[in-house]
Design a binder for this molecule. Structure first.
Ligand SMILES: Cc1ncc(COP(=O)(O)O)c(C=O)c1O
Length: 303
């Protein structure tokens, strides 16, 4: 790979030149929105395929709407810019794309209005974010941010303090990651991933009103489960249900599909990846790599 190229201030430039002042509003107050999009390398056709890029940009627009950030491009334009980004950064490996829109003026003013916005886009190579064979997690003593304080539904830069603080404490305690409860004590999601458990053969996941990011992978799992005739239920999950679940797994663009093999030092099921997780994980990887013909419309080739 040559010099990484970013899109910033409406033009293409070397990534190292796409910088901001320390007085930037978003740097001081966390007032930005972002996305994380994966493109998978397909060896057979020697091409990258973006996965559900349109859905990511629809959510990006929704996040920016909540934070009153004006995005200078439509969803279609953002999809095209992302294809162009990957053409300008040729990579023969899996890639993570990061669009970012933020309050850019150098002002000391804690507000969202009257502040100019900026948009940037860059890409980095990215393999597995967490081990896909299984992770050990704890239930975090930190609570998930509440919709009436900092909405988890929007992918806001500043919100990731909640994740960073909880994950660092989980690492310090010897775990790979953590699970958040929300303020009413129900399971919300993983630190940067949505959560599913298997109980009595059905998939159960918290509803979008439980202070979670409305994940795109979560919806992919709904569809893949339907294909496998696995029932999916959206309902509150109690903490101790995690201890008696047959299987628990996390899903997200970054983590992909990761089995949780222990929670708070208690084995989940048999303490290894369960059969439903295994089958959905295999289906997921086949889908994102373009090997599942049924869902090729979710992929955008980078010609
Ligand atoms: C807090 C949080 N929840 C869930 C997810 C999963 O969302 P998606 O599947 O759209 O990547 C993410 C991002 O990956 C996240 O940061």
């Amino acid at each position: 790979m040559g010099t990484p190229i970013a899109y910033f201030r409406g033009r293409w430039m070397p990534l190292e030149e796409a910088t901001v002042s320390i007085a930037t509003h978003a740097l001081n107050y966390g007032t930005g929105c972002f996305e994380g999009i994966r493109a998978y390398y397909n060896k057979a056709s020697d091409r990258l395929f973006l996965f559900r890029v349109r859905e990511h940009y629809e959510r990006f627009h929704a996040s920016c709407r909540i934070l009153r950030i004006e995005v200078p491009h439509s969803v279609d334009e953002l999809c095209q810019l992302t294809v162009e980004l990957l053409r300008r950064n040729p990579m023969r490996q899996d890639v993570y794309v990061r669009p970012l829109a933020f309050k850019a003026d150098p002002v000391i003013k804690v507000s969202l209005d009257g502040i100019a916005d900026q948009f940037g886009l860059f890409a980095v190579p990215l393999g597995d974010y967490l081990p896909t064979q299984g992770i050990h997690v704890m239930v975090s003593p930190w609570r998930r941010i509440d919709d009436n304080a900092v909405p988890a539904r929007a992918k806001i830069t500043g919100s990731y303090i909640n994740t960073a603080i909880a994950v660092s404490d989980a690492h310090a305690a010897g775990f790979d990651d953590c699970i958040f409860l929300n303020e009413d004590g129900h399971v919300s999601e993983g630190s940067a991933a949505n959560l599913f458990m298997v109980r009595k053969g059905a998939l159960v996941t918290p509803p979008v009103t439980d202070n979670l990011l409305e994940g795109i992978t979560r919806e992919v799992i709904f569809e893949l489960a339907r294909d496998q005739q696995i029932p999916v239920v959206e309902r509150h999950i109690d903490r101790t249900e995690l201890y008696v679940a047959e299987e628990v797994f996390l899903v997200g663009t970054g983590v992909q599909v990761v089995p949780v093999v222990s929670i708070d030092h208690r084995p989940v099921g048999e303490g290894q990846m369960g059969p439903i997780t295994q089958s959905l994980q295999a289906l997921y990887f086949a889908t994102v790599r373009g090997e599942n013909l049924r869902y090729q419309h979710w992929l955008t080739p980078v010609e």
